[in-house]
Each structure stands twice: as C-alpha cells, then as structure tokens.
Design a protein around this ligand. Sequence first.
Ligand code: PBG
Length: 332
Amino acid sequence: MSLPPAPYPYSRPRRLRASPWRRRLVAETTLSPADLIWPLIVHDGDEAREPVPSMPGVERLSVRACAEAAREAVAMGLPAVALFPHVSPRVKDAQGSGATDPSGLIPDCIKAIKDAAPDLGVMCDVALDCYTDHGHDGLLREGVILNDETVARLCEQALVQAEAGADIIAPSDMMDGRVGAIRDALESEGHRDVMILSYAAKYASCFYGPYRDAVGSARALSGDKKTYQMDPANSDEALREVALDIGEGADAVMVKPGLAYLDIIQRVAERFEVPVFAYQVSGEYAMLKAAAANGWLDEDRAVIETLMAFRRAGCAGIVSYFAPRACRLLGA
Ligand code: PBG
C-alpha cells in the first residue's frame, strides 16, 4: 500500500468486480470445509437424537448417533468435530466428578468416533461446568472459584480424554496456568502428539446462553463467570492471555465468542505465529436462525458471509454449528 491508487478514470475499482470470474480471480480470502470444526452436543439420555429448543437444527446425540455424525463429517470433508456433553443431573456434583470418569459419556463418544471414522480429528472441551451441580467451570468454595485446585482436576480430565483417543484438548475454563499444567501432564503420560487448542481469550458473554440450555448447565449456574472469563471491555488483556498460553505450550489459540470479537481475532492473528481459531458460539447461531426463521435474513448467505469474516480477520479455522450447512453451500 505504498502508492496511492491512480485517480479516476485510470482507476476504476469496479473493473475487478465486473463478472463472477474476475471476482473469483481476485478474492483475497478462501473458505472451505477444511477450515471448519463441527461442535457436537452428546448426551447420556435414551433418545438417539433430541432437539435443542434454543438452537433450531441442533440435536443432542447419543453415543451411536455421534458416531454417525462423525461419518457424515468425513464425507463432507470436515477435518474435526468438537464434543460437548449433556449429562443427566444425577451425574452432577460439586466436584464435577463425571469429568474424570474414564467410562463416562465423553470417553465413550471418543472411542465410538474413532471406530467409525479413525481419520477424523476429535476435540474435547476441558472444563467442569457440564458436570458441576453449580454450573461453574471450576471448583467452588464459599463463592470463590478455586484456581489451582481446579487446574489439578482439569489435568485429570485432559488425561482421561487423551487416553480415550482425543486429538485436541481444548481448555475452555480460563483458569490461570492450566495450559502448562495440562501440557506437563500429557508429556509425562506419553501423549506427545495431542494438541492443545486453548480458549485463550474467552469473554464473559451473554452469547453462550443457548449452549448452557443445550448442555443443561443454565439452570444450575449460580452467579456469573466474570472472575475467570474476560471482561468484554478489554483487548490488550487478550494479547497477554494468548502470550501466556503459547508460552505454556498451546499449539493454537481460540477467541470466543466470534463475531463481536473480530477485532481481537485480528490483533491476535497479526501478533502471534500460531493458528488462531474462533468459536461462532450458540448465541450467534441462534440469532441468525431466529432472523432467518422470520424471513428477515437469507440464512445461506448469512452463514457464508459470517464464516468468511472470520477468515478475513485471520482465523485458521472456525468452530461453528453451521459447519454441515456451510459444507453443503460450498458444494462439498
Ligand atoms: C464452558 C463452555 C461454554 C461454551 C463452550 N464451553 C460456555 C460457558 O463458558 O458458559 C459455549 C459454547 C457456545 O455458546 O456455543 N466450558
């Protein structure tokens, strides 16, 4: 951008837009199924598939149904899926014991997916919120989320997932020091190739609302998550969080939510040489779905436009509930 463009009519920017082939030829950004990770909500209930009311088109899947989804993911060209558990209330307790049960829902799903689709990447959320009766990501004592005690539990959870065959460990809890501790735990147990994709800049956001319904943590949650998730007012702090996580051994980092934080994605992608991912979260999905259902937005175009925006901002990839729909639209 050193020279200013020639003045009109020597410059006519519309020349580059005058036909589809020209637009294709000069497109600066690409979007393909290889850029997408499909989040799957799995459950321990009896139904093979159970609709999530707050997320039309998303279903809670049984172990067997999630293996089917994994095969579909491969057929669509998706590189990976991400697993999130909805467990019945009787599994939940104050310590989130279910998170470290080697014969729990998530290990079962990982194994079923690896049997059905061995070449599909499996990403797992590391956090206790889906398993605690208070709905927080960490251990709670007298209203305080305990950092170091939680980190020890997260290391156990990550090891259970890795031992079941998980490829990507994705800590979404926002405790301090958890990436380094999980990396040490993985190394000491010989899990050298397990990736850590840390939710490095995760904000205390209203946009997780529909997800908390989907995994059944909304009713449980007491208070908010502002003592561990980031303040939406902050941007420099996101860079410090990312630098810390890379220093502790993260292979890739995530910014979450997505669309309201494109500035953060862009700053992180410009500053650091690791792959940056974004999570187009449940509230973003629900907003577009609701507008489309009312006939106020063209859903297909909104899906491609928002996913392209993440790529333009510098994302290597996007976690999105729209992943299968996007694959269809991209002609895969
Ligand atoms: C928590 C977790 C959350 C999501 C993924 N992991 C929500 C939260 O922090 O309360 C949100 C995903 C979404 O909204 O789609 N460990």
